[in-house]
Design a protein around this ligand. Structure first.
Ligand code: NAD
Ligand code: MN
Length: 484
């Protein structure tokens, strides 16, 4: 049963498109040994702008021999890079961070064009956070022995890194910065729908004269990723779906290669009746609709205490109707384009499943969606039952499952009733409740009276089917070091 929410718009925003011209080449080769080269595979694929359905550029599809060439370049560069005085390695990281800042406007536009996310998010979150990761890890490079007192810290070796499409440049930064700070060399594979900003980061590596082979970038889809996982690497860092993560864990078992996995989530967001409700509603909104819901730690299971359910939903309805869906390059856009046709189909499938399962769909009726492009209205389902697929599966879109609870114990047991364990949120005015519940939630990150807060110094990662290993902070260095 679909319920349309009607709210009268008194006024509207004028268009505010980000207009500075950006240059995009027709095609990008593989970045190996400090240069862009043609792929031996001679295969190319289109990267689509999801807001227009037009091809933006062609990227090389690396095959096994291309991947092996990249890994060999990283292997060759390893002794030189790990042998540099640590403060010299730090200088490169500082330079990379500075160039990201200097080119941030251009990179933000490219990120929004290739991936569909709103420019205000790529400009204010992805880009500053990406620079921050290089700054932060530049600071660690010559202090690694102090990070783990009494032990000697050395690099792991050649690191294969595979990343998803939801935060393309930021995930590249999360992976590359700690690896380089710790003296490793890298072969990175971006996601096939969003390789542009990683390739432009390669330009920055050229600008700062990073020694050839220290970072190599191979583009392509799952087969390229699989070739990287099975190549002669010492460590694999993977961020992506739980399904592929499990496959990789099986592939790497017994090989001696180190592995970290950052996988999916279905994070609980708990609102107690003593919470500041207006603020909690803002938390709910950013928790699920930020980046079109393409967020591994999205607060996609909302638990609202029964006594405040109608108030919370009424406020959510009003807020939902004010969200602007459309042109990712417009500075007033709240939800941009869904990253790909495939992801849009998946989201639409779950909307159907939700209705069939008997939950009630709430979405704004006001905004018109553009004809071309992949779009999804933000929505929530009320009357969701814990057994519904809506409450169990990661949807990775702007779809929220709302459930109620009566007591803190019930909230806790229902929140933990999931195979995942990435993040969680709690809203309450009572500090003791926060400490009690946060300690019992099985999640890598628990946000209290806030949501989606990140910092390079704060470790991030999951429990259970959300993976293992941490990224960021002192804890994140551990994945890129051999300690003796
Ligand atoms: P995905 O697993 O399909 O793809 C992720 C990456 O793995 C891509 O680069 C892809 O090309 C590559 N890949 C695909 N098949 C492969 C294979 N067999 N071997 C090696 N590599 C392969 O995931 P996705 O749909 O692109 O990304 C969304 C998922 O990522 C969601 O589940 C989300 O929760 C998760 N994610 C997790 C985090 C985190 O930090 N925990 C962050 C962002 C996204
Ligand atoms: Mn794209």
């Amino acid at each position: 049963m679909a319920q349309s929410l009607q709210f009268e718009h008194k006024w509207d925003y004028a268009p505010a498109p980000e207009k500075i011209p950006v240059q995009i080449d027709d095609r990008y080769g593989l970045f190996i040994n400090g240069r862009f080269i043609e792929p031996a595979s001679d295969k190319w694929a289109d990267s689509i702008n999801p807001a227009t359905e037009q091809s933006l550029f062609k990227f090389a599809v690396a095959d096994q021999s291309d991947v092996e060439t990249a890994v060999a370049a990283a292997r060759k560069a390893l002794p030189g890079w790990s042998g540099l005085p640590a403060q010299e390695r730090a200088k490169y990281l500082f330079r990379i961070a500075r160039r990201i800042q200097e080119r941030s406007r251009e990179l933000a536009i490219l990120e929004s064009m290739d991936g569909g996310k709103p420019i205000k998010e790529s400009r204010d979150i992805d880009l500053p956070e990406a620079a921050k990761h290089f700054f932060y890890h530049a600071g660690w490079a010559d202090k690694l022995d102090y990070a783990f007192p009494g032990r000697k810290a050395g690099p792991v070796g050649v690191c294969g890194q595979i990343i998803p499409w939801n935060f393309p440049l930021l995930m590249a930064a999360w992976k590359i910065a700690p690896a380089l700070a710790c003296g490793n060399t890298v072969v990175l594979k971006p996601a096939e729908t969003t390789s542009l900003t990683a390739l432009r980061l390669a330009e920055i590596f050229q600008e700062v004269e990073l020694p050839p082979g220290v970072v190599n970038i191979v583009t392509g889809a799952g087969q390229t990723g699989s070739a990287l996982a099975t190549a002669d690497i010492n460590k694999l860092a993977f961020t992506g779906s739980t399904q592929v993560g499990k496959l990789l864990a099986r592939q790497l078992a017994g090989t001696g290669k180190r592995l970290t996995l950052e996988l999916g989530g279905k994070s609980p967001h708990i609102i107690f009746d003593d919470a500041s409700i207006d603020q909690a509603v803002e938390g709910i909104i950013s928790g699920i609709y930020f980046n079109q819901g393409h967020v591994c730690c999205a607060g996609s299971r909302l638990f609202v205490q029964e006594s405040i359910m109608s108030e919370v939903l009424a406020k959510l309805d009003i807020r939902l109707a004010s969200l602007r869906v459309g042109d990712p390059l417009d500075k007033n856009t709240d939800l941009g384009a869904i990253n790909s046709r495939q992801q849009l189909d998946k989201i639409n499938e779950y909307r159907k499943i939700g209705v069939e399962e008997g939950a009630s769909l709430h979405q704004p009726s006001t905004s018109e969606l553009p004809d071309k492009g992949y779009w999804s209205q933000p929505c929530y389902f009320a009357d969701v039952q814990p057994a519904h697929r809506l409450a169990r599966d990661e949807i990775f879109g702007p779809v929220l499952a709302v459930m109620s609870f009566r007591t803190p114990e019930e909230a806790l047991s229902r929140a933990n009733n999931t195979p995942f364990g990435l993040a969680a949120g709690i809203w309450t005015d009572k500090g003791s409740k926060i400490f009690d519940i946060a300690a019992k939630l099985k999640a890598g990150v628990v946000w209290c009276n806030t949501y989606n807060q990140f910092d390079a110094s704060s470790p991030f990662g999951g429990f259970r089917e959300s993976g293992f290993g941490r990224e960021g902070g002192r804890q994140g260095l551990r994945a890129y070091l051999e300690l003796s």
